[in-house]
Design a binder for this molecule. Structure first.
Ligand SMILES: Cc1cc2nc3c(=O)[nH]c(=O)nc-3n(C[C@H](O)[C@H](O)[C@H](O)COP(=O)(O)O)c2cc1C
Ligand code: SF4
Ligand code: SF4
Length: 437
């Protein structure tokens, strides 16, 4: 099995799978059970001046019967005393010296940071994570995302921590910004050893149509909260790649977070440059044991690829380009495997109404629909292959052509030549003008 030992900004863990700062890391007992299950590290539930929570805290979105594809919470930081938390951190670290314990901090003043840094180090923490991310509750108190949204604050508070810390410091960023590169650069300028992202996305989950009460329902009322879970992974991947492809921050180690549920998700974060990944929602849903499959899956994948974790890391970073650098002469068409097609007609409707009218459909005697691609009209948008319910029934096939690669930049500034585009014939609008009806 491939060695999964990981070093994230000087924080070493036996594998890249960490629990994110959240309910699964509320207590020492939970973190100990997670380490027994195989988790390589844990970021403790954020410490600060303990708060009081509301009772109703979570709401979720199911997609097609799959529960909790998106999770929203209005929970704040730890509601347990600092003394109890630090005692448990000390105990966990004593029992699990090889696992990484990272203490998440959220306070507002230099003095408070200095005190909590010292107490974290005394408790044996391997690293710190500065929570500049929560978009709800704490942000209204001037903390969390209220810091992460202002690069100057990010830099200043990071400097406060770095001036006394003897252990690595990760800065956890909020995704609730226009351009994640600015707070990332600010964290680096403040001396951060690494970055963690993403925290939750500002959201309002749903409204009950009978009672008109929003969810999570706190006696008929609610508040905006933080959104996470599988649904946010694409947003997290994009922000990760923005930082790893920014020349100013490309070298800073990153702990990737957001919608990681299995080893494949983790591998994607690693391919885009993450050193470790953190998981919250999937553990809240399925428990600590999911890490077993994550470890086996990632190890097997590395063995199959004959690569080490370090070799895998960042392999896809260079493949994310600006749009104007993509090849306009890379031509693909949809291709239907008639042996696999069940004649449901879904691809036809999608292409006809929602895309480019490039599928011929004919009703068959058995009530099904025979579908064929009109190659002259297909723009290779992928939509039919995305909606087809049969795996590998519609594949996208490259159509070779004699034209050289031509990007938008080549086309507009270097006299590049474009391959012929798919043509859409004139189609009459069927039926009489509505004004005559
Ligand atoms: C109920 C709940 C509480 C959370 N509390 C914290 C917290 O105290 N500190 C923190 O940095 N992030 C907190 N988070 C955010 C997670 O650490 C993580 O960044 C986010 O959930 C995205 O990961 P996921 O998609 O795996 O859930 C919390 C998330 C949830 C769902
Ligand atoms: S790839 Fe797009 S344009 Fe081509 S057939 Fe499918 S849906 Fe239509
Ligand atoms: S969606 Fe797939 S299975 Fe259904 S008609 Fe189209 S190709 Fe056939």
């Amino acid at each position: 099995m491939a060695d999964l030992t990981t070093n994230t900004a000087g924080i070493v863990s036996p594998n890249p799978f960490w629990l994110a700062s959240a309910p699964p890391t509320n207590t020492g007992d939970q973190v100990a059970r997670a380490f027994d299950a195989g988790w390589g590290g844990a970021v403790w539930k954020t410490l600060g001046q303990p708060i009081v929570n509301v009772w109703s805290r979570y709401a979720s979105m199911d997609i097609n019967g799959v529960k909790m594809m998106g999770l929203n919470n209005i929970e704040l930081i730890t509601d347990r005393s600092l003394d109890v938390n630090f005692k448990e951190i000390y105990e966990v670290k004593k029992h699990y010296p090889n696992n990484a314990v990272i203490v998440s901090l959220m306070v507002g003043s230099r003095e408070e940071f200095h005190e909590l840094v010292k107490r974290s180090e005394d408790a044996g923490a391997d690293g710190l994570e500065l929570n500049f991310g929560c978009p709800h509750g704490m942000s209204e108190r001037g903390l969390g995302a209220a810091v992460g949204q202002v690069p100057e604050y990010v830099q200043q508070m990071t400097e406060w921590v770095k001036e006394v810390s003897n252990i690595p410091v990760l800065v956890k960023l909020t995704p609730n910004v226009t351009d994640i590169r600015y707070p990332a650069r600010a964290a680096q300028a403040g001396g951060a050893d690494g970055i963690a992202l993403i925290n939750t996305i500002n959201s309002l989950m749903s409204v009950n149509l009978d009672t008109f009460a929003p969810n999570p329902n706190v006696d008929g009322l609610s508040s905006h909260g933080g959104y996470c879970g599988p649904a946010v992974k694409p947003i997290a991947l994009n922000m990760l790649s923005q930082i790893t492809s920014d020349p100013q921050t490309a070298q800073i180690p990153i702990s990737g977070i957001g919608g990681v549920s299995n080893w494949q998700d983790a591998a994607e974060f690693i391919l885009l440059g993450a050193h470790s990944v953190q998981v919250c929602t999937a553990v809240m849903h399925y428990g600590f044991r999911i890490v077993e499959d994550m470890i086996d899956g990632l190890s097997n994948y590395l063995d199959e690829k004959a690569m080490t974790l370090d070799q895998l890391r960042g392999q896809s970073v260079e493949r994310i380009k600006n749009w104007q650098e993509l090849d306009l002469n890379y031509v693909i068409n949809a291709s239907i495997d008639q042996e696999k097609c069940i004649g449901c007609g879904i691809c036809y409707i999608a292409c006809e109404d929602g895309a480019h009218q490039a599928i011929f459909a004919n009703p068959m005697d058995n009530g099904r629909t025979h579908v064929e691609i009109n190659e002259a009209a297909c723009v290779g948008c992928n939509l039919c292959s995305l909606v087809c319910p049969v795996e590998d029934c519609i594949t996208m096939v490259e159509i070779p052509n004699e034209f050289d690669a031509c990007s938008w930049d080549d086309y507009t500034t270097r006299n590049g030549k474009l391959a012929p585009r798919a043509e859409h014939e004139w189609r009459p609008i069927v039926g009489p003008p509505k004004s005559d009806i």
